[in-house]
Design a protein around this ligand. Structure first.
Ligand SMILES: NC(=O)C1=CN([C@@H]2O[C@H](COP(=O)(O)OP(=O)(O)OC[C@H]3O[C@@H](n4cnc5c(N)ncnc54)[C@H](OP(=O)(O)O)[C@@H]3O)[C@@H](O)[C@H]2O)C=CC1
Ligand SMILES: CCCCCCCCCCCCCCCC(=O)[C@@H](N)CO
Length: 325
């Protein structure tokens, strides 16, 4: 006769199997593949850093690329760089995302979009008390309101395209790991990036019937011209907390982002810490993958524990830093 211990050992995989089957049935929205080849991909902030690296990657995969930013000279340099790397000549669009009229005009010029990547972003780290309100508003306006302007301007054309082509379209929004956890020195930046999460969750419910799929990308520190500028001004404690996640190259962030975007993943983490953060902050976000859903269900408690360890570490660093003053 089988011992009760052996029986228990058999019950665990059986339970996991039942849980997995339940999740396969439950997870929504349904799986999707967003093709890139021969499609119009518009990338904001495509003249520098992550946006430029993404523009090169999608051009190399045979997409028609438009890049949008404020500075024409940098856009033209980026266009040359993309041409050199891939042979593709990208369309350049000059607009400040803070200006809804300019954004609408640029999108009219670009024509209907299949994949919209809202990647433009600014970051000025400073403690709230020392930061000028103007700088806080600048981040909210570019990172959050800019994304509103872009999506509103792009949606009618995108819906027309999905109807005509019968192909899934994508809206990808660049957040940050600082949009999953609040970080010292990032009150305004974190606020702008957290806000994008609410926008994206609500938007996915609104556009699913139009075959449009929303993704959010959550990179850690990434070597870009923007980061080099930011690092000149970062408070010491910001550096300490941010250092908990490894720095990445823009090309590696782009690999993860593109892979996730094509699978219509709602949450796209970029490194190991990002994968833990994604589980710890899964909340009520949509989930297409039953494997990831299983990891979320099983990992929730453990990741909360890991998160508490990180917070212990950060608050100890803050305490020590103040004690030294
Ligand atoms: N680098 C990092 O460590 C991380 C970055 N991110 C996010 O990734 C995104 C890209 O960052 P990164 O590549 O470092 O940035 P960069 O500073 O290198 O590039 C920013 C891009 O955005 C454009 N841009 C800035 N403001 C506006 C505006 N008002 N209207 C239109 N375009 C604008 C810039 O062009 P121009 O100035 O000519 O307008 C440029 O093309 C941002 O959203 C950022 O928050 C997230 C996590 C980490
Ligand atoms: C389960 C718990 C896992 C915990 C892992 C914690 C790691 C947190 C590190 C946060 C790093 C934030 C980088 C922001 C980069 C950025 O956006 C700026 N460079 C501005 O662009």
């Amino acid at each position: 006769m089988a011992s009760p211990f052996l029986l228990l050992l058999l019950l665990i995989p059986l339970g996991l199997l039942i849980l997995f089957l339940a999740l396969s049935f439950l997870t929504r929205p349904k799986p999707v593949r967003v093709p890139i080849k021969n499609r119009h991909v518009l990338i904001t902030g495509g003249s520098s850093g992550i946006g430029l690296a993404l523009a090169k990657a999608v051009a190399a995969e045979g997409a028609f690329v438009s890049i949008l930013a404020r500075n024409l000279k940098r856009l033209e340099d980026a266009r040359d760089e993309i041409k050199l790397a891939t042979g593709h000549v990208a369309r350049v669009l000059v607009a400040d995302v803070r200006d809804p009229k300019a954004v609408t005009q640029a999108l009219e010029e670009a024509g209907p979009v299949d994949v919209l990547v809202c990647n433009q972003g600014v970051f000025v780290p400073m403690e709230l008390e020392k930061q000028e309100l103007e700088d806080a508003k600048f981040m909210i306006d570019v990172n959050l309101m800019g994304t509103f302007h872009l999506i509103k301007a792009a949606l009618p054309g995108m819906k027309r395209r999905t109807r005509e082509t019968q192909l899934p379209a994508s809206i990808a929004i660049m957040s940050s790991q600082a949009g999953q956890v609040g970080i010292y020195g990032y009150t305004a930046y974190s606020a702008s990036k957290f806000a994008l999460r609410g926008l994206a969750e609500a938007l996915q419910q609104e556009v699913i019937a139009d075959n449009i799929h929303v993704s959010m990308i959550f990179p850690p520190d990434t070597a870009t011209p923007g980061l080099a500028e930011e690092q000149k001004k970062r408070p010491e404690l910001t550096n300490i907390v941010v250092g908990s996640s490894g720095e990445m190259e823009a090309e590696d962030v782009v690999k993860k982002a593109l892979c996730g975007l094509k699978e219509g993943r709602f949450i796209i983490p970029c490194n190991f810490e990002g994968a833990m953060l994604a589980i710890a902050t899964a909340g009520l976000s949509p989930q297409r993958s039953s494997v990831t859903a299983l990891l979320e269900v099983l990992g929730a408690g453990l990741m909360r524990f890991v998160a508490l360890c990180f917070q212990w570490n950060w608050y100890s660093a803050i305490e020590n830093w103040h004690a030294k003053r």
